[in-house]
Design a protein around this ligand. Sequence first.
Ligand code: ADP
Ligand code: MG
Length: 637
Amino acid sequence: MLNKIIQLDKDISNKIAAGEVVERPLAVVKELVENAIDAHATKITVEIKNAGKSLIRVTDNGHGIAPEEVVLAFERHSTSKIRTINDIYHISSLGFRGEALASIASVSNMEVITKYTTVDYGKKLVLSGGKIIENLQVGAPDGTTMMVKDLFFNTPARLKFMKSNNAEQSAINDIMTKLALSHPEVAFKYIVSGENMFITPGNGKLYDVILNIYQRQISKNLIEVNFEENGIKLEGFISSLDISRGNRQYQIAFVNHRYVKSKTVEEAIGTVYRTLIPHNRFPITFLNIQLDPSLIDINIHPSKTEIRFHQEGVVKDLIYKALRYEINRYDMTPEKPLNSKPIENKAVLETYHEENKKVNTIKTPVSSPRSENIETREIREKTKVLLDSYKKIHEEPVIKERTKSTYDSVKPSQPLKREPLVREPVIKSQVHEVAQPLLATPEETIYDHLNFIGQIFNSYLIYEKQGQMYMIDQHAAHEKILYEKFIEDFRTGNMMTQMILEPIVVNVSKMVMQHAMSHEVLFKRLGFYIEPFGEEALVVREIPAAFNMKTAKALIHELVETLDFSLPSEQFEMMLDSLASKACKAAIKANDKLMTIEVQALIDSLKTLNDPYTCPHGRPIIIKISRHEIEKKFNRT
Ligand code: ADP
Ligand code: MG
C-alpha cells in the first residue's frame, strides 16, 4: 500500500537542507515531473507556454492523490515519501523534501485535478499565492494534472531576475531531456507553445528515447554498453570514434535513473577516450549506473545534482573497463562502418556451435538500435553470443590490469553489500542477469591475417586483407608500442632502467626533498633511482631505459617541480600516473630517430596493445582503403 502523506516533524524538516525550491521555471517542471514519476506514471505530458512564465502543465496517469490528502499535499513539509531522517539516505524516489508543491503554489496561480486510483471521483483544487480558492469534487480520469500559471506573479523581485525567454526555455528543454532519458519506461510528450518538441515511446529502451530526442547523426553513431560487476550495473550508449563534441554537454549520466553530475564518471570517460579522439573533444555518452543507494552520497539540496560514490575507484574502474571493452570490440580503423565485423576466432566459433546444439534457443541480446538493418543486427547478436561463449572458455578475466595501481586500496573482486533497492529497476527483463567477465580485446585483432605487400616512403607498410587495403604508419605504431610498454612497466613495477655515468643532481627545498624521499618507491617504479644529496638536493643514478639523458633530466625536473607531494598517496599515484604518460609522450616525440624495425615483429607487438589504433599523440596507426574507393579513383564505379 502507498504511504500516506504526513507532516514531517520540525526536527526532520530542519535537517533537510533548506533552500529555495523554485528559483526558475525549470525547477517547477522538474519537481512536478518527478512527482509524477514517483506516482508511478507511465505517461507524462508536459506543456510549456511563454518559457514557463505563463503556463506549466504536467499531466500524468499515476496513482493520484487521495481526496482527503489533497489539501495536505500543499502544506509545507508534507510528504508521503519519508518518515525519518535515515530515510533520506536510502530514499530512491526522486523528490523527498515535501515542500515543492507548497513552494510552487505560494508563488503562482495553481490548479490541480487529481483522481486517486481506488476512489471513483476526483478532486479539483484552485490556489492563488498558496491560498485555496476552490476545493471541489469532480469527475476525472485516473492520475493528476498540475497546472502552474503566472509564476512569480506575487514576487516581482524574482520575476525580474528571470532570464530571457530563450534562456529559460532552453533550461527547461535541458531538464526535460534529462528526465526523459533517465526514464525510458515513461512515455513523455513534451509540448512548447503548442508544438511537439519530442515524444518518447515509454518502452523502456533508452536508445529509442535518444532517437526521438537527438538527430540521427548522434543516434546512428552510438555503441551500446551493458555491463555488471560487483553488484554495480552500467548500461547505456557511448559515441563511436566518428563523432565527438566540443564540450561535455552531451555526457549525460544517471545513477539509479536519476540525472547526476559526477567527477568520477567524467574522469573515467575522459581516460577511455583520451587517446582515441582529438584533444579538446568530448565523447557523447548516455550512461546509467545502478547500485545500492547506500553506496552514494546524494546531495540533499534539491537543485544540486552532484553526487559522490563511496567507492570511487571501483566505479571508475568499472566504467573504464566496460567502455574500453565495447570500443575495442569494434574494428576501429577509420572509415570502417560500425558493427561490420563479427569476431571470427575459431575456438569461439566452435564453442558457439557446440552451445547451439545443446540449447536451441539463443538468448536474445539487449535492445538493438533501431537504425541497424537486419543483417548488422544479426551480426551483433551473433557477436554477443560468441562473446558469451568465449568468456566461458576463458574463465578468468583476461583484461590487463592497466589501472591497478590506482585502485589498490579497494578489492574489486569482493561483492558489495547489497540491500534491496527500494525502487526496482523497471527494465529488468532487458538487463543481463549474468555479470560479464571482461576480455581485454576480442581474440582476433585487426592486425591478424594481414598480407604484407610492401613498404613505401620508408614509412608506410601496405597490406591486403579481405578485399581491403590497409596502411600502417610504422612510426606511429612504434611510438605506441614504446608508450604502452613504458606505462605497463610503470604500472606493474617492472620498469627497465639504465645506470648513468654522470648522476643528475636536482636542487630542491628541504620540504620537497623529504616528501620526495618518502615517495622513493614510486620514483623507482618510474625508473628513477633517487637518493638524498646533502639536505637540499637529490641525486639520480638510474633512469628509465627508454629515455636518453636529455629527456630523463627534463622528466625528473618536471616530476619534482610539479608533483603535489601533499596529496594523499592514492591521489598522488594517480597524478604520477598521468605525468608519466605525458612525459613518455614527450620523450618519444623527442626521440625522433626511431630504430629500424622488423616488419613482422612490429605487427606482433601491435597485436598485444591495449589500444592499437592511435599513436600516443592521437594520430591513427592504421587506416583502411576499400577496394570500392580505389575503384572509384579509377572511375570504375
Ligand atoms: P515530496 O515530493 O517531496 O513528497 P511534494 O511537495 O513534491 O513533496 O509533494 C507532496 C506530496 O503530494 C507527495 O508526497 C505526494 O504524496 C503527493 N503528490 C504530489 N504530486 C503528485 C502526483 N503527480 N501524483 C500523486 N501524488 C502526488
Ligand atoms: Mg516532490
